[in-house]
Design a protein around this ligand. Structure first.
Ligand code: ADP
Ligand code: MG
Length: 382
């Protein structure tokens, strides 16, 4: 067990978690890009004020200030961002249900944050998280643990789940449903769970290529499906120790949310209007869920959308959540940025229950049952 709580830093992180609940909100302002069409030296509409504060400049000189657990300026490196989220990855390695969201309007840097662009320094959270798992696997195995990692990658579009790791699009496409297993764990039916060695560069590259492929297909699509769908990349982590008769199961969900822009305003009709409604449904049920948690409401409507139902274990009592709100620095994004910041502020006020690890005796029932079990009693699946 000692290996699981090795560093002082992690002790501190756990103490902070105990004191402050299990929801964190970070904000990241992206730099100006050539496509923004902004003159060199122009002042950004959103500015970092300190490590924990930012301001957004409205019209007529009005400033709005916001505080978060962390604010990243446009100059921040992918490496530094990952350094600040790596404790969440570690929590998943320790057996918690963890969820990292990237939230923001289209073009604000969500995918850049999660997947990154290309290789090397520009790699985002997903490949870096896998690398961290690899390093931990190596150290655990030295201490007599066996370690298994599986990955899944899905997209939720119009309240329909699509498996992004399923090869070949022909033939009958399976229908995916969210269900709860005998131990109260949530899973998606017919979903490809790829065994993956986190220390094998080729495995990692293959998965990242698949993710990038999905992105490029989407970007040539007229409807730019990627900006209207949520993608959920999940690391399923299992560490077992035969001597200690213990199994730790952690889950790390890395979620690239649909663009938060209010597309219904553009007078969309037909398919696009349908999209607008269901994207709003998922995103707004995410908001409703956070509000209900924030208000300590007795009923949290996790079942109202696929996204919130799937992620319920990370969003409720035994989970940990990080919301990364991504912001564009342009003046024309002011309205959307302000909306994002208000949403992020509401999330910042939320507090999940005290986290519980899912440690189980190999022959027994899970010691820390997630509170999904109560949901299961009512109805096993959607
Ligand atoms: P979103 O997923 O929110 O729609 P993207 O992550 O695709 O936005 O970002 C839009 C564009 O901006 C991409 O070309 C991306 O590479 C670039 N970009 C976003 N954030 C940064 C950043 N911090 N540094 C450099 N380029 C960035
Ligand atoms: Mg994107």
């Amino acid at each position: 067990q000692l290996t699981l709580f090795k560093t002082e830093r992690r002790k501190m992180f756990n103490i902070i978690q105990e004191l402050r609940g299990n929801v964190r909100v970070f904000a990241r302002i992206r730099p100006f890009l050539p496509n923004d069409g902004v003159d060199e030296g122009a002042a950004p509409a959103v500015e970092q004020r300190s490590e924990f504060a930012l301001k957004i400049n409205g019209r007529e000189g009005k400033e709005h200030k916001f505080n978060f657990d962390k604010v990243f300026p446009p100059s921040v490196s992918q490496e530094k961002v990952f350094e600040e989220v790596s404790e969440f990855v570690q929590s998943a390695l320790d057996g918690y249900n963890v969820c990292l969201f990237s939230y923001g309007q289209t073009g604000s840097g969500k995918t850049h944050t999660m997947q990154g662009s290309g290789v090397g320094q520009m790699r985002g959270i997903i490949p870096r998280a896998i690398q961290q798992v690899g390093a931990y696997k190596t150290s655990l195995e030295k201490d007599g643990w066996t370690y298994k990692m599986q990955v899944s990658f899905l997209e939720i579009y119009n309240e329909t789940i699509k498996d992004l790791l399923r090869e070949g699009e022909h033939g009958d496409k399976p229908k995916h449903e969210i269900k709860v297993d005998g131990s109260g764990r949530r899973y998606v039916t017919e979903l490809v769970m790829k065994d993956m060695d986190p220390n094998c560069d080729e495995d990692v590259e293959a998965v990242m290529r698949q993710a990038a492929k999905h992105r490029s297909v989407a970007s040539t699509d007229m409807n730019a499906v990627s900006s209207r769908s949520h993608s959920v990349f999940t690391l399923h982590l299992t560490a077992s120790n035969a001597k200690l008769k213990q199994t730790l199961r952690g889950k790390l969900n890395l979620v690239d949310l649909a663009g938060s822009e209010r597309i219904e305003r553009s007078g969309a009709t037909g398919q696009r209007a349908k999209e607008a409604v269901s994207i709003n449904k998922s995103l707004s049920s995410l908001t409703t869920v956070f509000n209900a948690i924030g208000n300590k409401s007795s009923h949290v409507p996790f079942r109202d959308s696929k996204l919130t139902y799937l992620l319920q274990p990370s969003l409720s009592g035994d989970g940990k959540t990080l919301m990364m709100v991504n912001l564009s620095p342009t003046e024309e994004s002011f309205g959307e940025s302000l909306c994002s910041l208000r949403f992020a502020s509401a999330v910042n006020k939320c507090e999940l229950g005290k986290p519980k690890k899912s440690i189980e005796d190999d022959e027994g029932e899970p010691k820390a049952k997630s509170n999904e079990a109560t949901t299961r009693g009512r109805n096993g699946s959607t």
